[in-house]
Write a new protein. Structure first.
Length: 81
């Protein structure tokens, strides 16, 4: 699939993705494996054939000691992430 969003994150953050069909997933950055430059990326979750991710946000883990923040990044059109 196409790239939906790209933004820097740090350990302790979560990523939230929302589709146009109402599917929502929240994933800890710590649980996403790191890949090398020659790979094709990481699939976080699969969508239905005409379903698209419409919003991606990084969210600071509420368990951290800093103020909790959320930042929405990008709109996108993808059938798979």
């Amino acid at each position: 699939g196409s790239v939906v969003a790209s933004f820097p994150v740090e350990q302790g953050y979560n990523i939230m993705l929302i589709t146009d069909k109402g599917k929502l997933i929240r994933i800890s950055v710590d649980d996403i494996r790191i890949t090398g430059r020659s790979t094709q990326g990481v699939t976080l979750f699969k969508t239905e054939s005409k379903e698209k991710v419409v919003s991606a946000a990084k969210i600071e883990d509420p368990g951290s000691t800093e103020d909790s923040t959320s930042e929405e990044v990008g709109n996108s059109v993808s059938s798979e992430l």
